[in-house]
Unconditional design. Structure first.
Lengths: 342, 342
């Protein structure tokens, strides 16, 4: 059995679910891959940090954070005073970057990823920020260091959107894509079709834990724009700054318009598009009327990405629901890739 | 540049499209993979056979077959008298098996695949028969011989259904699947919703070249059943004989029923399901009412496969349209995999 040491930066819902499943439903897959996983470091924003070279007690760590206490007493040896110190010192092979993101700048995730790659760690992240704002530079850095920088959960949770294009569409070039990638607005618009007001629908998305910390990022299309840039970078090799996205949110939409569209055979969805035009890749976000037979029309919070290729025409990938478990799974799938392709 | 020699068994629409694109839109991808491809043998059912160790003239071969003439004059050296002799003798690295299939027995494709693997060739096929009727034995044979047996185009043309599960869902177990995998019935049912009769809709599918050679195989659910068995084998490791599928075709459906379903918010589709029940995998085919928001409801001839997993919930993959080019692309994608993973 090969020993793999992980450091988790961020220990919110996704991190705690991931930590729980390492000893639960992921155990079989890890065993089959011939690895034993230890978590040697955890950094949180409000509940302290801890390092234990022998592996932290994950159940206790979850209990501490969930009851509002600090991880500080959990570590062994010299403890770090900051995330920066933890990344610099933790005895680990892989950094799992799942800190809370400022979606307007992609930080502090980008700095965490860069620091860890520079130190020679592999990096796995569920954060879209580093992919959207800095993928080119981070992939180049990872390559120089002979390490992986993987981010399957950055868009559509653990649904294999990046792996699909990279590993299953050999020889194809992506000409463009279109997607309904923001679960919150998908859900809000579905509920508005059923007669709910936009505000009541948003409250439901928040209660389900789907909405962004600041739901304005969902509603104004910023989350979708950042995801569009992440896809443009990974699928089309194009650097598009999120600020350069032509973006219109769902702000002005009324329930009346949404219901009228439905009567006329279409669903209003916040659609992200990436297109190559004259050598440039452009990303835009708009509420669009999607005809009922189009695969982009999912139900509820479903996310859908359609990819247009030169050799294989248009294919798509669908995620039903959008749960913390699905995001955590993407981290496992990246981790297994690191283990299997050394 | 590495030299790869292909033998094509079958030279119908898919084979000729594939041969054309080898010198056309596939050239870039093959160059990037560092390979030079030669087709050293072609076998047809009604237009003769030809072998040329230096590579057959593909443009001429297409012209001959398309104008109803024989390939016989095209070869160099001793020429084969049968497909069996061609597979035994052709100087090739990869057999591309795209002969016309008897969907009730999977032959002659299974025999071609077995013979080629036994001779030490890699095999790539777009035929569902060998996958549905004999995948377990053929994969075991390929493994013993250190060769690939790949079949991405066997279900949903070149859409990466097999690769998705094998290469992008590491650690997941497939609990079940459901799909609308038969383009002909998808199209027929879509047209019946618009008011066409079943017969007129079938005529349209035949005019588009989508329907099976014998369209009864589409309409009675046999094609879908065979595809379900291929998926059960590859995705769930289960051997299910196509005759053991609980199968009901769309024979008794009337346009009235289809339109009534639509008024009530559902589309009738011929759905294939695979489910694990008490250690056994069962496959069934039925016309089902699929609610309008469900991803299985595609438009026109679209194919959709939803896969239920233990760790990642339900995800799906969508193919828009269903063209000969998309089937041919699956052969390229298998070929590139052989080249890249030696």
């Amino acid at each position: 059995m090969k020993d793999i040491r992980l450091a988790l930066v961020g220990f919110g819902n996704v991190g705690r679910c991931f930590a729980q499943e390492l000893r639960g439903s992921y155990a079989r897959a890890l065993r089959a891959a011939g690895v034993k996983v230890r978590v040697t470091g955890i950094a949180t924003a409000r509940h302290g940090l801890a390092i234990d070279p022998n592996g932290l007690a994950l159940y206790r760590a979850r209990r501490l954070v969930e009851s509002g206490r600090s991880l500080e007493g959990l570590g062994r040896g010299r403890q770090p005073g900051s995330v920066r110190q933890l990344i610099a010192r933790v005895p680990a092979d892989v950094l799992v970057e799942i800190s809370t993101l400022d979606p307007r700048h992609g930080e502090p995730a980008i700095s965490h990823v860069r620091q860890a790659l520079n130190r020679g760690l592999h990096v796995v992240t569920a954060n879209k920020g580093p992919v959207a704002f800095a993928r080119g530079a981070l992939v180049a850095l990872a390559r120089r260091k002979g390490r992986f920088f993987l981010h399957e959960s950055a868009v559509m949770d653990g649904t294999p959107v990046f792996n699909l294009v990279e590993r299953c569409l050999a020889g194809c070039q992506v000409i463009g894509f279109r997607g309904t990638l923001n679960s919150t607005t998908n859900l809000i618009l579905s509920r508005m079709e059923e007669g709910l007001s936009a505000d009541a629908a948003l409250a439901e998305a928040q209660a389900l834990g789907i909405a962004e910390a600041d739901p304005r990022n969902d509603v104004d299309g910023w989350d979708a724009a950042v995801k569009g840039c992440a896809l443009a970078a990974a699928l089309m090799g194009a650097t598009v700054a999120p600020r350069a996205v032509s973006r219109r949110g769902m702000g002005r939409l009324t329930a009346g318009e949404v219901r009228r569209a439905l009567r006329e055979g279409a669903r209003v969805r916040l659609v992200v598009r990436g297109e190559r035009r004259g050598g440039m890749v452009r990303v835009r976000v708009r509420p669009e009327r999607v005809p009922l037979g189009d695969p982009l029309v999912g139900a509820g919070a479903d996310n859908v990405l359609m990819v247009e290729t030169d050799l294989m025409g248009e294919i798509g990938i669908v995620e039903r629901g959008s749960t913390v478990d699905q995001t955590a799974y993407g981290l496992l799938s990246d981790l297994l890739r690191i283990v299997r392709e050394p």
